[in-house]
Every structure is written in C-alpha cells, then in structure tokens.
Design a protein around this ligand. Structure first.
Ligand SMILES: Cc1cc2nc3c(=O)[nH]c(=O)nc-3n(C[C@H](O)[C@H](O)[C@H](O)COP(=O)(O)OP(=O)(O)OC[C@H]3O[C@@H](n4cnc5c(N)ncnc54)[C@H](O)[C@@H]3O)c2cc1C
Length: 624
C-alpha cells in the first residue's frame, strides 16, 4: 500500500538523532512507523562535533543502550577514538566519550533503520500539521501529499525557521547547506503553543593536510578501550589521535577587530546560545584576562582529511576567521573546508509537555530533541527514544513509560525540562542529578535493561547478559566477604603502597575496600586469583565489585534519600487540579502550579517559586 493511503501509528518528522531513535523505538515496539525527513542522505547527521558521550552525556548513551536504543551501537560502529573521562575521580563521574567517523555514523544509523521492520521512509519537508479538534491526525508535506498518522513526533532540530549568520551575512537554513523548515511553528502557534528563539554555533572545518601537527600536542585515545554498548560490539583495534594547540593574544586581538561585524555583538543575534559551549568571540569577551584558550584538532573520520577545530566556534566574518586562525600554532598554512557559523532557530518551551513528551495542548503530538530547547546529540537521542516508546504505547492504549530522577539521567533530563523549562540551550551535567552515585554509566544495564525488556525493546540477549553480570558480581562480593587474607600475603602489598601493616588476618573485602588499593594489587593472593579464574571474572565484574566495596556508604545514603522522595512521588495530584481553590497557597505558587500542572507532589517541589510552605499547604489540603 502507498504511504499516502496508510494510516501510520507513528509519524516521525525529522531523521536526526532524536528522530532516528524515535522511529526505531516505536517500530520495534510494533507500531507502524513512517520517518519523514528532508534529506535521507543525512540521517543522524552530526551537525557539529563528531563525538558522542563525555561527562554526563556518556551516561545517557549507556542508558539509551540499556533500554534497547541504538546510539551506543552506532557510536561503537563508527568510533575512531575512545576515552573514559574522569577516571581519576569517583565512579559516579566516569564518563565514556568517543570520536566518531561522521559519515560512518550516519551510514550505520541508516543501515539499522533500514533493517528495522515496520519503518517506512519518505524524503520531503513537512510544512504543516493536521488536527482534529485537540488531536493530531497527520502532516502536510511540501510536495503536496498529506499523510495520516495516529500520532506524530516532531524532531525538527535547528531547522524551524533556521537563520544562519556569518559576519554581516544572514540567510535561511537548518544547517550548513540545508534548507530551513517553515510552516510547523506557525501551525503550532495557531493552536496556542508558545515558541521562542535560541542559537547555537559551530567552528570551521579545515583540511588536515594543511596543518602542522608537529607544533601541537598529540592526544591519543585510551590504551585500553571500552565500548559504549553493553552488547558485544567490536572493540577498537586502532585509533586516530586528536591534537591540542592554543589561541594566543595575537589571535584574540585580530578576532576583536571583527567584533563590530559580529552578529553576536552588533545586535543581529538576540537569542540565547549554549552557555557551556561558547563561541571563541564569547570566550574572549567574557574571560578577557585569559591569554589563551584550548583548541582541540579532531579528525572527522578514518578516510577523510576534513578536520574539526573544536574550541573555535564562531560567526565572525570569513576574512576575520581566516586571518585569526592562521595565528594559532600549527594553522599557519591552513586551508578552509568551510567557515564557522551561528544559527538561530525556533524552539518550544518544554513546560508545554507531559512527562511522556506528549504535548499538553494536542493529544498524540510528541516533541523530542533540540525543538524542546536542549542541545546535544545525546540529549536529543534520549528524548527521541522516550517519545518513540510513548507514542507507540499511546497507540496501544497503554500507560506512558516515565523514568524517575533516581532511575536515570534520562529521567532527570525530562523532569528538568518539563518542570523547570529552559530559556537557554539545556545540556546535561552530572551536577543536575541528585542521585549521581546511583546513576552511573557502568550500571545503566542493571538499572534499565529489565524495563527495556518489559517494553519489548531490550532483547533477551541483553537481559541474560545483565543478569549474569549481576550474579557474578554478587558471587565475587560474597567470596571477598567470606575469605580471609593472611598478614604474610597482604603486608608486602601494604608496604609497597606506604600503608601501615596489619597484625592479624583480615577478610579480603575489608582490604579491597581501602581507597589506596585495587584488584590489580592482589596478583599474588592465590585464593583470589584461583576464584577469578574458575569463575571467569572479567574486568567489568571486578569494576562492579570495586565500586560496591568502596562506595557502598554513598550508594546506600542516596538510595535512602531516593526512597524518601519516592514517597512524595506517590502523592498524585489530580489532573487539572484547581489551585485557585487552595486559599493559603502563595500567588506565585498558584500561577506556576497552574502553568506546569505537576502530576505529583514531588514534581511540585521542583518548580521554582513553589516554597516548602506551599508544599505543606498542598499536603494538608490533600489529607496528607
Ligand atoms: C550549527 C550547529 C552547531 C551546533 N553546536 C552544538 C554544540 O556545540 N554542542 C552540542 O551539544 N550540540 C550542538 N549542536 C546541536 C546538535 O546538532 C543537536 O543538539 C542535535 O543534532 C539535535 O538533534 P535533533 O534530532 O533534535 O535534531 P537534528 O539533528 O538537527 O535533526 C533534525 C532533522 O529533522 C529534519 N527536519 C527538520 N524539519 C523538518 C521538516 N519540516 N520536515 C522533514 N524533516 C525535517 C532535518 O532534515 C534533520 O534531519 C549544533 C547544531 C548546529 C546546527
């Protein structure tokens, strides 16, 4: 049957990071899915940095994987370098990061989607939405046909009325070389949605052959690489290095000369950009006492000379970019592939959404990704996955799937967005998660794979693997608790570490719990080595046990705090609750609660302007 005669369960608009995860999830959950995107050659295009993961973002990718999404597998398929960041800090902070081959990343996503049953594809631009009262029923496309769907997920990224700026030039575009998208914002505004403008920017791409790497510092990947996916993806056998160089005062002086022609400073760009990903002109302006900034020179793939100049995001005029970059060591003879630019685009304040990412105003309409005011592939992919799951569940008349703040970074992300909203591009940080010792990258499978499996997303193979990991870790901990180590065995180790010796035998777990020691130090403890060999204990299990032994105090404390919060999570606020009736609530609380419509008392506590006394008033009113 033609796609124009089909009523799809789920129509996904946009094949970026959010759209790809959304289409895969809804299709894998049995929903008949159509992915409409402006250019099928650009599926999951990395618009900016060709890298996935990093601090807090790496945790999100592992969570997506644990639930049965694909971003981790695609990252492993296309990685050219791997690093575990923050290894010197506690395990709550360890974050995997990979450089990807940009083209391979996109190709790998396309292969996955093409082999996913239930996904149809159509290349066109959606220019409007079809409504029946307060419900979405399909989309209008630029080439003419209307397509019917029971639910629609909008993942239009930076494309809605996108406006690109380079120096004093501005032109419509969703990304370099691609058209912007018009019509959707206007239709949504007409339905009563509030929209706003945000901006982001990207650095120049240059020809790696024109750079002098001898003037830069090599940044190789980790010697021992890991993979992102909990499934067995192929480990990286070789890697490509990145390089580090710095700007200097001469570069800054030259860039400053162009400020009067910068859209950032002459008032042409009014919207807010990502605070934590500032442009080079922003950095020079805001941190004027710093005489240099880091520039990471990153290859864009295995078989390309195209190179990403990380740290030099700019929308200054081309001639200024050209002259200034040449003053950076190693860039003297640089040849440009393309100039850096900034882009302004429409977003929809996410307080207009429910936890399921369905809009409050229009039934069966979901938003995911940059359209919700976030920035980053990982944040987008996570929302795409959740919107895909929830759109599929909605068409199956099943309750929504919502992750709590103590279950996943994805839960924190969505709860922050819909409860607090955002007026600048939102990116994830470990500091946003109050239970970050629980939400580690290493245990994402233990936290989430059972849930993903129940949804029909995470495979049986994932579940079996996760259960085996859990069991082996428990067995190892039991062994450590039951087995003693003699002073003759342990004292030589303590001595080499400069620690005080012991006078009597000790249980192994007490020794292993010491922060200065790790399993690598116990090579000569025969009983332990025999156990590890017979039970086939690998590094993943050793790491799990080590985290358990060293951090169990923190973990238990966070669990107990989370349990307390869960009690408030269970106090449900009825839909469309009339806060005006509750006389003792402050005026500000009434206004904010009415706007956000929290579903639980716990969510109400996180709304800015709602004070603890407002919460007490609500609890009393509800008989608690
Ligand atoms: C210039 C630039 C700089 C960036 N810099 C950073 C950065 O420094 N750090 C960072 O973390 N992130 C950055 N990003 C953001 C990052 O690219 C996004 O967060 C991420 O790609 C968002 O994913 P998404 O799926 O929401 O949207 P996108 O990846 O943008 O995908 C949107 C998709 O929707 C399609 N589409 C749009 N409208 C329609 C329509 N009407 N009909 C059909 N298809 C449509 C597009 O063709 C595209 O395939 C930058 C993005 C850009 C463009």
């Amino acid at each position: 049957m033609s796609i124009f005669n089909t009523i799809y369960d789920v129509i996904v608009v946009g094949g970026g990071h959010a759209g790809s995860e959304a289409a895969a999830a809804s299709a894998n959950m049995g929903a008949r899915t159509l992915l409409i995107t402006m250019n099928l050659q650009n599926i999951a295009q990395m618009s900016c940095n060709p890298a996935m993961g990093g601090i807090a973002k790496g945790q999100i990718i592992r969570e997506i994987d644990a639930l049965g999404g694909y971003s981790a597998i695609v990252t492993d398929n296309s990685a050219i370098q791997f690093k575990m960041l923050n290894k010197s800090k506690g395990p709550a902070m360890w974050s995997p990061r990979a450089q990807s081959d940009r083209m391979l990343f996109s190709q790998s996503w396309r292969e996955i989607l093409e082999t996913t049953p239930n996904v149809d594809f159509y290349q066109d631009s959606v220019i409007g939405l079809l409504f029946d009262n307060q419900k979405i029923i399909g989309v209008k496309t630029a080439l003419g046909p209307q397509i019917n769907g029971k639910s629609v997920i909008l993942t239009a990224g930076t494309f809605l009325n996108g406006l690109i700026h380079i120096g004093d030039k501005s032109f419509g575009g969703g990304r370099a070389g691609e058209r912007s998208s018009t019509g959707i914002t206007e239709d949504l505004n007409h339905q009563g949605f509030e929209s706003g403008r945000m901006k982001t920017g990207t650095p120049p791409r240059v020809d790696g052959r024109s750079l002098d790497y001898s003037k830069m510092e090599e940044q190789p990947g980790d010697k021992i690489t890991h993979s992102f996916s909990f499934l067995e993806t192929k480990p990286l056998k070789k890697q490509r290095s990145c390089y580090l160089t710095h700007t200097n005062e001469k570069v800054h002086a030259l860039l400053r000369e162009g400020f009067d022609r910068s859209p950032m400073f002459n008032g042409r760009i009014q919207s807010t950009g990502p605070r934590y990903c500032p442009s080079i002109e922003d950095k020079i302006d805001r941190f004027s006492t710093k005489d240099r900034h880091q520039i990471f020179v990153e290859p864009e793939g295995w078989n390309t000379v195209e190179t990403y100049v990380n740290g030099f995001s700019t929308s200054l005029p081309e001639d200024v970019q050209d002259k200034a970059i040449r003053l950076i060591p190693g860039f003297e003879k640089v040849k440009f592939f393309r100039y850096g630019y900034a882009i302004e685009y429409d977003y929809f304040p996410p307080t207009q959404l429910k936890h399921s990412l369905e809009t409050k105003l229009i039934d069966n309409l979901f938003f995911a990704g940059q359209i919700n005011g976030t920035t980053g592939y990982e944040e987008a992919a996570a929302q795409g996955l959740m919107a895909g799951i929830n759109a599929a569940l909605k068409t199956q008349n099943k309750p929504p799937f919502v992750l709590k703040r103590n279950q996943a970074y994805i839960g924190v992300l969505i709860d922050d967005l819909i409860t607090k909203g955002t007026d600048e591009p939102y990116r994830m940080f470990t500091s946003r998660a109050e239970y970050r010792t629980l939400l580690r990258q290493d245990n994402a499978d233990i936290r989430l794979t059972p849930l993903g499996h129940e949804l029909g997303l995470a495979s049986e193979q994932r579940l079996v693997k996760m259960k085996a990991k859990k069991k082996k870790t428990a067995n190892l901990i039991k062994f450590l608790k039951e087995t003693s180590v003699t002073k003759a065995e342990i004292n030589p180790i303590l001595e080499t570490k400069g620690l005080s010796k012991i006078n009597q035998s000790l249980k192994l777990y007490k020794v292993a719990a010491r922060p200065q020691l790790c399993f690598k130090d116990f090579k000569n403890i025969e009983s332990l080595q025999n156990f590890l060999t017979t039970e086939k204990i690998d590094n993943t299990i050793l790491e799990q046990a080590e985290i358990h032994l060293k951090y169990s105090g923190y973990i238990e404390k966070e669990k107990s705090n989370a349990d307390k919060l869960n009690r408030l999570e269970n106090v449900i606020i009825p839909q469309n609750f009339n806060y005006e009736k509750v006389r003792s609530l402050s005026y500000e609380a009434k206004e904010k609660l009415t706007k956000i419509q929290p579903t639980t008392i716990s969510q109400a506590t996180r709304i800015s302007g709602v004070s603890p006394s407002d919460i007490s008033v609500l609890l009393v009113y509800m008989g608690r």
